[in-house]
Every structure is written in C-alpha cells, then in structure tokens.
Design a protein around this ligand. Structure first.
Ligand code: SAM
Ligand code: TMP
Ligand code: ZN
Length: 409
C-alpha cells in the first residue's frame, strides 16, 4: 500500500494527502438478501501530482464495475438540472453550432438530459454512453446513442462514420475517466480545427473551500482546476480558452478547450489561474488542511447522530447519492443512526446503500410519517428538495447539513 502513485495525466509523482479508507462502489446498491461477503471494496485515497498539479485518486476501479447495464444514476431526476442542460443546449445552438449542418458529440449523455433539446431541434448529434440502463432511455427519446466508452478508438470510428465534430461536450463525465490520454487523443482526432471541447465537472476550488469531501468517490477520479486543466490540455495538443464557474452540484467549472493556437484565451482563464495561485489551491499544505477539515466534519456528524439516537430522535437520510457512500462509510453511518434513506430513483428503492447497508425507500416513506431530522445527503439539490418538502419543516422537522460544516436548519 503506497502513498505515491504515477500521475494519469503526466506520469509524474502523485503524493497522497487524504485516505478515506476502505470504501464500496458508490452506486452499487445491494438487494436485501445480498451476500455481504461478496461486496467489492477498494482503498479510496486522493493525492496531488507534484508535477502537473492534477488532483486524482490513488487507486482506480475498473470501469466495467461502475458503468454497466444497471448503472442507477439518471440525470433527468432533477428539475433544476434539466433546466441547466436545456439552457446550455440553447446556448450552444446560438454560439458553437452555427455552421452549416453542425455536429455535436456528447460523452456520458446518460438519459439524454442535454441532447434531448438538440435532437428536437434537428441538430446532428451523437451521445456516447457505456451504461445500458441510461443509454436505452436516451435512445427511447429519439436521441442517437452509441453504447460504448469514449476513448481514442471510439473517436476514430465516429470520425469515419460522421466526420469531424464542431462541439464535443461532457458534463460530470470527464472527471470519471482515468484514461485521459486516450480520451484527449480521441477528442483531438474528432474535433474540427475550429471546434471546441466543453466539459463541466466539480471544481477543486469549491471542494476545498466548502470541504465538500463527499465529491470524492470511486467514479470521480480527477478533481480539476484551471491550472491542471491548462497543463493537461497543452500536453495533448489542446488549449484552455475559457472557464466559467457554474452553480450546480456544489460548484463546478465549465472548461472550454480548443485545438492549440486556434482561439485566444478569455480573460476569465487568467483570472481563475490568478485566484488559484493566490489561494495556494494546488499546494500540499492547503490539501492537508482540507483533510483536517474533513476529519472535523466526520467527528461532528457522528457525535450529532449518536446524540440524536441517545435522545430517542428519529433520523432519516434524504437522497441515496453516490456522494453519500463516502460520508456514510467514512463516518460509520448505518441503519442504527439513520433508519432509511429516501430517494426518487425506482431502481435504488428496496435496496441497501453500499457499504453501510441503510434501506432505501421512496420519498412517500418520508412524508407518510416525518422523522424529527433528515440528513440531506443530496445537499447539492438543497433548494429543489427543501422547496418540494416544505411541509417537513412546517411539521417541525429539521434538516441536517454537513457541508461546509455540520449544522441543523
Ligand atoms: N452528463 C450527465 C450529467 O451531467 O448528469 C451524466 C453524468 S454521470 C455522473 C456520468 C456518465 O458518464 C455515466 O452515465 C457513465 O456511464 C458515463 N461514462 C463513464 N465513462 C465514460 C466514457 N469513457 N465515455 C463516455 N461516457 C462515460
Ligand atoms: P446527485 O447528487 O449525484 O445528483 O444524486 C442525487 C440523488 O438524489 C439521486 O439518487 C436522486 C435523488 N433525488 C431525490 O431523491 N429527490 C430529488 O428531488 C432530487 C433532485 C434528487
Ligand atoms: Zn501529473
């Protein structure tokens, strides 16, 4: 067990800064009668590359274990996110998809939450999505989907059939892909010289500032910054030409890459690079402090939940998110502390959460008999969920949040 590993971007040395210990696959919900002895665990630890500053996991989980026919994350489950992607589709139509017969490829199109609007507008498109559960849903919406992992070979096959792309887009997907060199070689091959590769992912700056440590789990391999993306792009014949901070999933950045020397980088790139330098974001001391903050949240949250149990209060979880696997397994939160978790995803209901085996129930189980407290695992959807569940507070219920610190509201 080493606390150093080779960087998946530059081959340099990655120095570990936090170890979450033994963790399950974040989206591997178990049937009630599962053989727990067979549950897959790995060592979840995160480190900083001393050379290119990319923050990344120390160990990689094989991709077929995570993304498959029963992958249970459905992007269209959030109304807020549906609006977010529809807005982006409209913006792309007005900006980057104005050539004659434009072509857009989306990596990780999931259930078609973004491509739906483009498909309806008649834009030539292709979603590349390895998880059958969600790819089939996208196809049923009339979206053209290729059921495979995107990598260099896939890109070349797409190029041969469809020609080059004006836009390659990926939301909450690029950070899921450790084999970055292959993906960027594919992007370079598939993109028109005038084209752009746009991707949005959780931003390390927000993760560190808000101690949103639960963004770290098996599927999230990379934690990007403008600095690390700039270097990653340059190593692969691309250039970071724009960045935009976006208020989704607890804070993300939308990065725009273009083939090298094709576009002038916007002022926003220099501004974010300067901010990161000022905040010493890519320094190991900053990341060690982040680790100390994680331990404080762990201790505060477990103390609070134990006290509530001692006081005879009822506590349920809200949102069986992938993120919650990290929190529950780091803090040892099982059904003794949180009696069930409610979630709108039908395939998660009736199952047990990975690792700590809390039952997952539909949201009706929440409103049928409100608990005293609800631990909001889906804190990134707080506004939407708290509005929808306003009656819980009216009935005297309280929400427990743990990012950026443990508090009851
Ligand atoms: N874009 C959607 C969104 O933002 O809600 C989906 C994000 S989901 C967290 C990540 C998706 O990436 C999954 O649907 C997964 O199957 C897909 N994925 C994983 N590896 C991939 C790869 N190499 N190429 C394309 N998609 C991939
Ligand atoms: P995410 O944080 O990775 O987007 O996952 C959100 C999870 O929370 C997903 O399993 C769906 C669930 N959820 C609800 O149960 N109710 C809601 O209103 C929303 C927005 C999500
Ligand atoms: Zn590196």
């Amino acid at each position: 067990m080493s606390n150093k590993s080779p960087c998946r971007v530059c081959g340099g040395t990655v120095q570990e800064f936090f170890n979450f210990g033994r963790q399950p696959l974040s989206d591997a919900f178990l049937p009630q009668d599962a053989d727990f002895e067979q549950e897959f665990f790995f060592r979840l630890a995160v480190g900083l590359c001393a050379d290119c500053t990319m923050v990344q996991l120390m160990e990689e989980v094989p991709r077929d274990r995570m993304f498959h026919e029963t992958y249970p994350y459905f992007s269209s489950g959030s109304a807020f996110m549906r609006d977010h992607f529809e807005d982006l589709a409209k913006r792309l139509l007005a900006t980057e998809l104005t050539a004659e017969d434009p072509f857009i490829v989306e990596l990780g199109c999931n259930d078609g939450v973004m491509l739906k609007a483009l498909a309806e507008s008649g834009v030539r498109h292709l979603g590349v999505e390895p998880s059958g559960s969600v790819a089939d849903l996208a196809a049923a919406k009339g979206i053209r989907v290729r059921k495979s992992f995107f990598e260099d070979s896939t890109a070349k096959e797409i190029l041969a059939v469809d020609g080059p792309a004006d836009v390659i887009y990926a939301a909450n997907t690029l950070c899921h892909i450790p084999y970055m060199e292959s993906v960027l070689a594919g992007v370079r091959a598939l993109l028109k010289p005038t084209g752009v590769f746009v991707f949005e992912d959780p931003y390390l700056g927000d993760i560190v500032e808000r101690t949103s440590f639960d963004q770290i789990y098996d599927e999230h391999f990379f934690f990007f910054t403008a600095r690390s993306v700039q270097e990653m792009a340059a190593r692969n014949g691309l250039e970071l030409v724009d960045v935009e901070r976006i208020p989704v999933h607890g804070g993300e950045v939308r990065y725009t890459l273009a083939p090298a020397s094709q576009r002038n980088p916007s002022g926003a790139v220099a501004a974010l690079l300067a901010e990161e330098k000022e905040n010493k974001l890519a320094e190991i001391a900053t990341l060690h402090r982040f680790g100390e903050n994680v331990l404080k949240i762990r201790d505060d949250l477990t103390s609070l939940l134990r006290k509530l149990r001692t006081d005879g209060k009822t506590v349920v979880g809200y949102g069986a998110t992938a993120k919650s696997a990290t929190v529950a397994n780091l803090c040892g939160i099982g059904p003794d502390l949180v009696s069930f978790v409610c979630d709108t995803t039908p395939v998660k209901q009736g199952k047990l959460t990975p690792g700590t085996h809390i039952p997952v129930n539909p949201p009706s189980a929440f409103s049928d008999s409100y608990p005293d407290y609800a631990l909001l695992f889906a804190w990134n959807h707080a506004e939407e969920i708290m509005a929808k569940e306003a009656a819980f507070r009216d009935a005297g219920g309280k929400w427990i949040l743990y990012v950026p610190e443990v508090r009851v509201v």
